[in-house]
Write a protein that binds this ligand. Structure first.
Ligand code: TLP
Length: 363
């Protein structure tokens, strides 16, 4: 029999280095812990297309309650969650207002155009955050010539902005603007609970401002897959459910995955504070390295961007050298790298990561 999976045996040692590989490319790389796998193995299941998977049903109830909405729908990924909300709330040929560097713009393979048939109107945010004035300026006039604005999307925390957190007051101000124009609002809350833990604003207080909310179970919360779409509007949820089928996202005995999601919601929200502390510590360590530049005050949650200026090492060579030493980070273009802390990275690993970067750049 193969050994039972556990947390320690998932980390592969790196030849010639002091310990296991430290993977800071994303919080999507987390692997289910043994306790989560136990919960998955024990899950009661049924055919979810018939609405008969008790574990999926429970996850949808718990998830909806957690964000103060009436109902929720389980979907395989955050991308699908966003795309279904776009498709269900914006007719083809309409416009969706969204921040220029948001996931919907950069990382969803043009699905808004290809699948929903909508056009995206980019707003230049500040570290990913839009202001009410910018949103007001982006809404199209309701005249005979102009394309019509159908939906506004906000990303909180904002990934490419550096894990930035929207103050609730900023979202309320945006809501006032779009409501005056009769435009609904969608929240890409892939990392909503990082925003909650960082700001102290409850998930329900954030979610109240939105018609649809998606949040991921598979990022810092540590589940292997899955996101929830939550809303108060039952008719809208049924529309989303039909599009989920159309897009191929309806699953059968998905309770195995839903059990992981339930475990994640029960055990892994409060501990996100550790990831935030680890990101701040990493920023402090990197800041001491002359070839690195970053703004430590900008580290709000678990995402950290830093620039590397080294006379001999290009960014690909730098990332490859880190890899050799047992550290993975993402190269995101230009001289910038991204490091993301998560539940599979300990405070001790962060100290080692800082040491590896210093060593590689000190050569
Ligand atoms: N983000 C991933 C990559 O796709 C960039 C990452 O490593 O950070 N919204 C936001 C804000 C996200 O950051 C992501 C994933 C998604 C949606 C999509 O989630 P999945 O990967 O489940 O489709």
């Amino acid at each position: 029999m193969p050994p039972a999976p556990n947390d320690a045996c998932e980390n592969h040692s790196v030849a010639g280095t002091a310990g296991p590989m430290i993977d800071l490319r994303s919080d999507t790389v987390t692997k289910p812990s043994s306790a989560m796998r136990d919960a998955m193995a024990r899950a009661e299941v049924g055919d979810d297309v018939y609405g008969e998977d008790p574990t999926v049903n429970r996850l949808q109830e718990v998830g909806a309650a957690l964000v103060g909405k009436k109902s929720a729908l389980f979907v395989p990924s955050g991308t699908l969650g966003n795309q279904l909300c776009l498709r269900a709330q914006a007719e083809p040929g309409r416009e969706v207002i969204v921040e220029r560097t948001s996931h919907i713009v950069r990382y969803e393979q043009g699905a808004a155009g290809a699948l929903a048939g909508v056009q995206l109107h980019w707003v230049n945010g500040t570290r990913g955050l839009m202001s009410a004035e910018q949103v007001e300026a982006a809404v199209r006039p309701k005249d005979a010539n102009s394309v019509q604005s159908a939906l506004l999307c906000i990303e909180n925390t904002h990934n490419a902005g550096g894990g930035t957190v929207y103050p609730l007051s900023a979202i309320e101000a945006i809501r006032t603007v779009v409501s005056a124009h009769g435009i609904p609002m969608h929240l890409d809350g892939a990392r909503l609970f990082n925003a909650v833990i960082s700001s102290g604003v409850s998930a329900a207080d954030y979610a109240r401002q939105f018609d649809t909310v998606t949040f991921c179970l598979s990022k810092g919360l540590g589940a292997p897959a899955g996101s929830l779409i939550a809303t108060d509007d039952q008719g809208l949820l049924e529309r989303v459910r039909r599009f989920r089928r159309m897009y191929g996202g309806a699953m059968r005995q998905a309770g195995i995955l839903a059990a992981a999601g339930l475990y994640a919601l029960e055990h892994n929200i409060q501990r996100l504070a550790e990831d935030h502390a680890n990101a701040r510590r990493l920023a402090a360590l990197l800041q001491q390295i002359p070839a690195v530049s970053l703004n430590p005050d900008a580290v709000a949650t678990n995402i950290l961007f830093f620039n590397v200026n080294h006379s001999r090492l290009s960014i690909p060579a730098f990332v490859a050298a880190l890899n050799q030493e047992g550290l993975l980070v993402g190269a995101v273009g230009g001289k910038t790298c991204r490091a993301v802390t998560h539940l599979d990275v300990s405070a001790e690993a962060i100290e080692r990561a800082g040491g590896i970067v210093a060593r590689v750049l000190g050569r």
